[in-house]
Design a protein around this ligand. Structure first.
Ligand code: ZN
Length: 579
């Protein structure tokens, strides 16, 4: 079906749009992608795309044809690019399969949902169209509903609406600028991982953003990552902005003679890295040029891999549960030795077995991706599914034999001999930017209280209780709660509506009765309300809700004596650190 739609798209375009020449097409689970050379350098606009969609459906309903060959100009592109093997444009393969097998099903609906342009060289303009197609109209309508839901949650839209972050043309594409509220969310995520790091025994370090290229040559990133690195000549010497944090941590390891008793040595950093993705591939916080990883490196003996990885995995699941992601909505992949690899077979075997044992001990189901490990070692990736059913990768745990080799890392073993440690790279959230995008979409911007930039807004019913509103706000702030007062001239209803639109979890309404009795009327999400509650009671309950990083508005439900709505589906707090 999708393949047929892709072929029809190529056919209709080659018939109706002379300046777009089809290069190739590919299909995946969620749609088709077709690439075109744009001879005029233009992109098709929305109205042209809608016409093309219509033409495809018309062609099909008139008994249509499935052209197997539509005059692909793949060879021409090969010539234009001056390369002959595989093509990568903007970090993804341009050349997909140039021949896709058409299916017999008739395309009833087609939707191009993304148009992007790439310039692999100065003279070549490529346009990529990504779309979906259906042979069943009710399926199509279902999809549209889903798609609209996804758009409503789009983190880019919510990021602007809630004043969290933005991208600025003059600052450069793919470079996110966090506004105060976005930074507060970031800080909360960092605080969470800092606690995890301390439980896991990681020491935090800080390393520069720029190194001499010589370091990137030793680490191998210069060869592997150069296309995506920002390099600059300064005083006749070349420097590179870091695409990864590993080399700095390795230098720390190397600064001392290490004994087998010192290991594991664990170093962590919220390291901001820069990878110059092509402009056409950038997408909100999900694909940026500068991002911060909750990075960490453990230098271990081979016999320590299993325990180390097991501890990290346990924390990964704890963390996901905080966001309401249950185990059944995760997928774990273990990627094993690829064809090209470094390190001995024995070391690979031992490390892979250690990873398997770590997973088994925790009773974690996983899929083995045979031969899909990195050339430097096996790895575990954790994916999870959000409430729209989309899968995301977050955590990664990678065993590395290569960097210890390249940097000649050693430790002195119990018999006095020198041994090579193994490095474990790990990120729990992955990239803070990406994780933020995912949770903003998952919660539709209505983050749990602990993550909300503003946790409480205090609204006086009338001017004569403004002073009490200020007193309440002050008390909340003194208790470490992020509270603001709204003393504007708007009506009460308008103020409550604004608080709702700004996704603030709690609105405290105060009038004369509240002022006289030192109480507050609490309005939470989902129309929950508790009237005339002693302020101290609310503060106490709210502090608990925040400290536990509860998913639900426990403070309010506790006060109301009800159980939180989401309690059954997701654990409320973290396991104690001793487990
Ligand atoms: Zn690393």
């Amino acid at each position: 079906m999708l393949a047929r739609a892709g072929l029809l798209l190529q056919y209709v375009i080659s018939r109706d749009v002379p300046w777009l020449r089809p290069v190739g097409c590919s299909v995946s689970e969620d749609g088709f992608k077709c690439d075109f050379i744009s001879t005029s350098g233009e992109w098709p606009n929305e109205s042209l795309v809608r016409k093309i969609e219509k033409a495809i459906v018309e062609l099909e309903s008139s008994g249509g044809v499935v052209p197997k060959y539509v005059g692909l100009v793949s060879d021409e592109l090969v010539r234009l690019l001056g390369r002959s093997a595989t093509y990568e444009v903007n970090g993804v393969d341009v050349f997909l399969e140039s021949e896709v097998k058409p299916s017999e099903k008739v395309v009833k609906a087609v939707l191009i949902r993304n148009i992007s342009a790439h310039n692999p060289t100065k003279d070549v303009s490529l346009v990529r169209l990504i779309g979906v197609a259906f042979d069943d109209l009710s399926e199509y309508r279902e999809w549209v509903e889903y798609y609209e839901e996804a758009i409503k949650r789009d983190h880019r839209v919510l990021g602007q609406k809630l004043d969290l972050f933005d991208f600025y043309e003059e600052a450069g594409p793919g470079l996110v600028i966090y506004h105060p509220k976005g930074q507060l969310i970031r800080e909360e995520l960092i605080k969470l991982v800092k606690e995890i790091n301390s439980r896991l025994g990681y020491s935090e370090v800080y390393t520069p953003h720029v190194y001499r290229s010589i370091l990137w040559k030793i680490s191998g990133h210069y060869d592997l990552y150069r296309d995506k690195m920002v390099l600059a000549d300064v005083d006749g010497e070349e420097y590179g902005v870091k695409p990864m944090n590993c080399p700095g941590h390795i230098l720390i390891y190397k600064s001392r003679t290490r004994s087998y008793r010192d290991l594991p040595i664990r170093l962590a950093e919220f390291g901001t890295v820069y990878r110059w993705e092509k402009r056409g591939e950038l997408f909100g916080l999900l694909r940026v040029r500068g991002f911060t990883q909750d990075d960490g490196h453990a230098f271990v003996r081979e016999d320590q891999i299993e325990l180390e990885v097991g501890n990290i995995l346990r924390e990964v699941f704890n963390l996901l549960s905080l966001f309401g992601i249950a185990r059944e909505n995760t997928r774990i992949y273990l990627s094993t030795k690829p064809e090209k690899y470094i390190g001995s077979d024995e070391a690979w075997d031992k490390a892979t077995q250690s990873l398997k044992r770590a997973l088994d001990k925790l009773g974690i189901q996983y899929e083995v991706k045979e031969g899909e490990g990195a050339f430097y070692g096996p790895k575990i990736d954790v994916h999870f599914r959000d409430s729209l059913g989309r899968w995301w990768q977050c955590s990664t745990i990678q065993v590395d034999f290569a960097l210890p080799e390249r940097f000649n890392l050693e430790y002195v073993d119990s018999d006095g001999s020198k041994k090579r440690p193994v490095m474990i790279h790990r990120a729990i959230l992955g990239s803070i930017e990406r994780f933020m995008a995912i949770i903003i979409e998952e919660f539709e911007g209505r983050l749990p209280t602990w993550l909300s930039p503003v946790q409480v807004v205090v609204v006086p019913v009338s001017k004569d209780v403004a002073e009490y509103a200020l007193e309440v706000t002050e008390k909340l702030k003194n208790a470490g709660i992020r509270a603001v007062e709204d003393l504007s001239d708007e009506t009460l209803q308008k103020k409550i509506k604004m608080a709702y639109e700004q996704a603030i979890p709690y609105v405290l309404v105060v009038g004369r009765r509240e002022a006289a009795q030192k109480t507050v009327t609490i309005r939470g999400r989902g129309n929950l309300q508790a009237s005339n509650v002693p302020l101290d009671t609310f503060i106490r309950e709210l502090i608990n809700e925040i400290r536990e990083r509860a998913l639900s508005q426990k403070a309010l439900t506790n006060i109301l004596g009800r159980s939180p709505a989401r309690e059954g589906s997701a654990p409320q707090g973290r396991e104690p650190s001793t487990t």
